[in-house]
Ligand binder design. Structure first.
Ligand code: GLA
Length: 361
């Protein structure tokens, strides 16, 4: 049997920061960079995993039961385990992973490795599963096997992405809409050079604070709260700030949907910058490097707005820019970032791309 090759893209989050696990709404897009898995079937029960750039082979047997090992292989192993729990019967397999996506940039390398594994296993051991349920299996791997209580944004983006389209995910209704991305605008991603790692505990801590706010306000999730209701609520100061970020982000996503449909790029961009400000002040998931990058980007002519993208605590920013200016802005922002902070940032144009099901051969 010949090898199967799957590709799962990373994603860029455009608005709706940390709203996914609060029953909220998000705008994102799949990007051209991702993780490729090349794999084949094995007749025994072994799982053999290798990856470019990390020496060594991980070999485990399904017979011994799959257990987390606190290493990169927990993502594919977790997916194999959760697929089995979902009723699929993946047996032994070999997989070799290679990445074009920078790891730890907040561009969802975790979801990309999960989704590339899930699509690979779906091809090696075919079973009926909807794209949304496949995304949920991958999230479950991350929640229950890896131990990060993430929402559904990353896995949905990696699976549902569509070339030149923004993904609108409603996490409560569990619906995905695809909206054309304006043809005169471009997305510039700039990696701060400072890694973000969600296993550090801040992510789960923020999630707990959001849940505390919802509980104290007597609602199922912060999705149910408006800015006016939050302003009138009596909550501990820190919890109120966290909630303000989520409530504001949901409202910004709804406004952005209108702007996107009306082709109002500048207004959309201003919402992105407002989102970053809220990350700095309310959610405190930014870093001095991300703040510096957003400051530099938003001072440039041709840039409509910028914000951190993804979980935060390091990683990358995304800027909405005039397409005609994208190469110039990419150089200017990276060079100003180096001269003001001493850090080397990596700026590249984001091509809004297809998700894993369309991108895998
Ligand atoms: C990470 C998580 C997502 C989402 C974002 C923040 O990428 O994996 O589920 O919560 O952070 O919006």
């Amino acid at each position: 049997m010949s090898d199967i090759i799957t590709f799962a893209p990373g994603r860029v989050e455009l608005l709706g920061n940390h709203t996914d696990y609060n029953g909220g709404v998000v705008l994102s897009a799949a990007i051209q960079l991702g993780i490729t898995a090349k794999g084949r079937h094995r007749d025994d029960e072994k799982i053999v995993l290798t990856t470019e750039g990390i020496n060594g082979v991980v070999a485990v047997s399904r017979k011994d039961g799959l257990k987390p090992r606190d290493s990169w292989e927990d993502y594919p192993l977790g997916v194999a385990e959760m697929l089995a729990k979902a009723g699929a019967q993946p047996g032994g397999f070999e997989a070799h992973f290679s990445a074009t996506l920078p790891l730890g940039a907040g561009l969802s390398s975790s979801a990309a490795i999960e989704v590339s594994t899930a699509v690979l296993l779906n091809r090696l051991y075919p079973f009926e599963i909807s794209p949304l349920d496949l995304a949920k299996v991958c999230r479950r791997a991350e929640n229950e096997f890896v131990g990060v209580s993430c929402g559904l944004l990353d896995q949905v983006s990696s699976i549902f992405g569509k070339k030149d389209h923004v993904i609108h995910l409603d996490c409560r209704a569990e619906t995905v809409d695809l909206i054309p991305f304006p043809t005169d605008l471009g997305l510039l991603i700039v990696h701060s050079g400072v890694k973000h790692a969600l296993t550090g505990g801040e992510y789960n801590e923020r999630r707990a604070q959001c849940f505390e706010a919802a509980r104290k306000m007597g609602v199922a999730a912060l999705r149910d709260v408006t800015s006016a209701e939050l302003a009138a609520a009596k909550l501990p100061a820190l919890v109120k700030k966290r909630a303000a970020h989520i409530v504001g982000e949901n409202e910004r996503v709804f406004q952005a949907l209108t702007f996107l449909r009306e082709g109002k790029g500048d207004e959309f961009g201003q919402l992105m910058t407002a989102s970053h400000r809220s990350s700095m002040e309310n959610f405190q998931n930014s870093t001095p490097e991300l703040d510096a990058l957003v400051g530099i980007a938003t001072r440039q002519k041709g840039c409509h707005g910028a914000r951190l993208t993804g979980g935060g605590f390091g990683g990358a920013i995304v800027a909405l820019v005039d397409l005609a200016e994208i190469d110039r802005l990419s150089e200017v922002i990276a060079s100003e970032y180096l001269s003001t902070t001493g850090h080397t940032g990596k700026a590249f144009r984001c091509l809004v791309s297809d998700g894993a099901l369309a991108a895998s051969t």
